[in-house]
Each structure stands twice: as structure tokens, then as C-alpha cells.
Design a protein around this ligand. Structure first.
Ligand code: ADP
Length: 192
């Protein structure tokens, strides 16, 4: 069973690579950002609660996000494995995730980070904003808020998973296919 956390700053390509890995290894892909956006579009209770935060580029409060994640896992069991994209993003979420994964007997295979420099990310996100129309991709301010949130709240997870011997990183710069290959190489090594 392969259970992966894909880790990286906003715009690092997590979503793109997660879709690729989902198909290659027949995994369930859970993107917390996508689940929030779907709920916001459908104006559900969850969507209404999350909207203010996501649109400003701030993290949605942990309690909301954790219960949503557990729901998504439950709904997709049984499965060959999961790829988590955009979760966990805080130490609290990581602790809760450990509990949820053991409750459903889903051993964590690895946390893999896509490394991209901030300057490249800003360009990528502003470009994406023109196509996607995503509210949080529309201004440099919101992008900076997301990068700051990442630095303050998410970056400490590198050490967190490092201590568990579950942290790996690959360069997220280059052609999409090239980056996918780097991920596959790493996954094959981990699975040996
Ligand atoms: P990106 O990584 O490009 O910023 P995502 O689609 O992963 O985009 O997330 C979009 C927004 O959804 C985040 O800025 C945040 O508001 C919310 N969000 C997603 N995942 C989480 C999470 N694990 N905890 C809190 N908020 C989250």
C-alpha cells in the first residue's frame, strides 16, 4: 500500500504531480484546496466557513480542515492508497493525521516535497491566476500571505517528518514529465 503526502509551497506543482501519481499507482487523490473550492462553489456550510480564509490566502482553521479530511478518507475506503495534496499544513494537522492514519490502518509511506524558489512561484501563481480565476492567485499580496503562512506554519513539518524518517525532497523545477520521473524514481526506491 502506498500512502503519500505531497508537500511544497503554493504553486510548487503538487496538484499536477498528484494527478500523475494517482493514475500511475491507482491512488485516491485528496486535495484539501480542491475540496474547499468545490464546497465554496456549491455554497455548502463547509464552503461558507472556508471562503473567507481561502480567498485571503490564509489557512482554514484546523478543526474544520481535519474533520473534512477524515470524511474524505472514510468515503474512499477501501483503497490501494492515498495521495494527500495540501494536507497537513500545520503541526496540529500532522498530529491528527497520524491518529487518523493509524485508525484506518493506512501506514504513511513518505512525505515528498517539491522544491521551488519563491521568485519562480510568484510568477507561476500570477500566470495561473489569469487562467484559473482563483481568487487567491489574483494579487501579489495574497500570494505573499500564502508564502508567509507556509513559512510560519507548514515549514516546521519538514523537521517533523524528518524525525520520523519519512521526509524526502525532489526538485520541482523543469519540465512536468521530468519532475514526474524524479518522483517515480524516489517512490520505487522507498518501496524496495
Ligand atoms: P496552494 O497550495 O496553491 O496555495 P491549495 O489549493 O492547496 O493551494 O489551497 C488553497 C487554500 O485552501 C489555502 O490557501 C487555504 O486557505 C486552504 N487550505 C488548503 N489546505 C489546507 C489545510 N491543510 N489547512 C488549512 N487550510 C487549507
Amino acid at each position: 500500500m502506498l500512502n503519500l503526502i505531497l508537500f511544497g509551497k503554493p504553486g510548487s506543482g503538487k496538484g499536477t504531480q498528484a494527478s500523475f501519481l494517482k493514475n500511475k499507482y491507482d491512488l485516491v487523490h485528496i486535495s484539501t484546496g480542491d475540496v474547499f473550492r468545490k464546497n465554496i462553489k456549491n455554497e455548502t456550510d463547509l464552503g461558507l466557513k472556508a471562503k473567507v480564509y481561502t480567498e485571503q490566502g490564509e489557512l482554514v482553521p484546523d478543526e474544520i480542515t481535519v474533520s473534512m479530511l477524515e470524511n474524505e478518507i472514510k468515503q474512499n475506503l477501501p483503497s490501494n492508497g492515498f495521495i494527500f495534496d495540501g494536507f497537513p499544513r500545520t503541526t496540529f494537522q500532522a498530529n491528527e493525521m497520524n491518529k487518523i492514519l493509524s485508525k484506518y490502518k493506512l501506514p504513511l509511506s513518505a512525505t515528498v516535497a517539491l522544491e521551488v524558489s519563491d521568485n519562480l512561484l510568484k510568477d507561476r501563481l500570477l500566470k495561473r491566476g489569469k487562467i484559473s480565476g482563483r481568487a487567491d492567485d489574483q494579487s501579489e499580496d495574497k500570494i505573499l500571505t500564502r508564502l508567509n503562512e507556509y513559512r510560519k506554519k507548514t515549514e516546521p513539518l519538514i523537521q517533523y517528518y524528518g524525525k520520523m524518517n519519512k521526509f524526502y525532497s525532489v526538485s520541482g523545477i523543469g519540465e512536468i514529465d521530468e519532475i514526474s520521473l524524479r518522483l517515480v524514481d524516489l517512490i520505487e526506491k522507498i518501496q524496495k
